[in-house]
Design a protein around this ligand. Structure first.
Ligand code: NAP
Length: 302
């Protein structure tokens, strides 16, 4: 019986591992892909205290090394279910099952896709989900951004300083993101707003060469682009755990700021949790809070 199983080796989960090990709890971290989570794709992190410039990969590798050095065990298996037995929980992966006194879910979120034919094949060949990661490949070129939230608006603003021309394509005529950013975009001469429209087709040879957009009236317009940045939101990855946690309408796990869920001994941390600010530093903060609460729970001090 492990003391704490942590599902997800992003910054939230690995911070939980550090805190739990420092309290001498045994820790098993289960990760479906590779350690690091979302930050691994960011070339330069500028807003993490004490690290004015660090790549997401280096930062994640440092945290992974720190957790391992403290004695956390990592297994690269996808967790698919949590069963609550009261005093202990069983976490099933696609390969095994493990028992623990407490579980911290820190599974983060994944990019929502447009669901278009060839979208997956063209990732890295013109289609991207991360403007700050890939924008530099499109210096002076023509790109499109799909979406109307803050991510899409900020991506378009960032790309307007890098690319030659930026089409911002949104399915409605009002943006979900901040008015201030919309106003800044309106002042950019190389940004073209394409509203009430969806990207409906990706046209490519080896790389993306153009897209088709379809407006509300069904009129289809081809647009030549070198790159398409998809920024239509993220999907929290916790649908497998609804036997022990409640989700809001967008799929984020409900908890208090203490990271506790409706099931005693099950905690949530990081981007997968319903909250206002999803940043590296708040993921780390959640990791510390969730581990501290899990330690209290195991020690019978809740
Ligand atoms: P979001 O706010 O959920 O916006 C997603 C956008 O994509 C919406 O405009 C939505 O359109 C559109 N969309 C969703 N599915 C679509 C589809 N299948 N086809 C076409 N368009 C689709 O997501 P986000 O921009 O990633 O932001 C996530 C959270 O992080 C938000 O709370 C945001 O404010 C926050 N954030 C904050 C900052 C900041 O404060 N600096 C920066 C980035 C993100 P509709 O509007 O029509 O639904």
């Amino acid at each position: 019986m492990t003391d704490i199983i942590i599902i997800g080796a992003g910054i939230a989960g690995m911070t939980s591992a550090i805190y739990a090990r420092r309290a001498s709890k045994s820790v098993l971290v289960l990760e479906a892909k590779s350690y690091g989570g979302q930050i691994i794709n960011t070339p330069d992190v500028e807003n993490y205290p004490a690290a004015p410039h660090i790549s997401g990969f280096d930062l994640a590798t440092n945290v992974y090394g720190q957790a391992k050095a403290l004695g956390a065990e990592f297994k690269f298996e996808k967790a698919v279910n949590i069963e609550d037995h009261g005093g202990y929980k069983t976490v099933a992966t696609t390969k095994n099952s493990y028992d623990a006194k407490a579980v911290i879910i820190a599974t983060g979120s994944e990019n929502r896709k447009l669901g278009l034919e060839n979208e997956d094949r063209l990732v890295g060949r013109g289609v991207s989900y991360c403007a700050t990661c890939d924008g530099a490949f499109f210096r002076g070129k023509t790109v499109a951004v799909a979406g109307g939230g803050n991510t899409a608006l900020e991506d378009a603003l960032y790309l307007s300083d890098v690319a030659g021309k930026v089409y911002l394509i949104h399915r409605r005529d009002a943006f979900r993101g901040d008015d201030g950013t919309v106003e800044r975009l309106k002042k950019k001469e190389n940004v073209v707003f394409v509203l009430n429209s969806n990207v409906t087709k990706l046209i490519a040879d080896k790389k993306l060469t153009s897209i088709e957009v379809t407006d509300k009236e069904g009129v289809v317009t081809p647009i030549e682009v070198d790159g398409l940045f998809v920024a239509v939101g993220r999907i929290p990855e916790n649908q497998n755990f609804t036997s022990v946690i409640d989700l809001d309408a967008a799929g984020y796990a409900l908890s208090g700021e203490d990271c506790r869920t409706r099931t005693k001994g099950v905690f949530v941390a990081g981007d997968t949790r319903q909250k206002d600010v999803r940043q590296l530093v708040t993921a780390a903060s959640d990791g510390a809070v969730a581990a501290t609460e899990a330690i209290k729970y195991i020690n019978g001090l809740e």
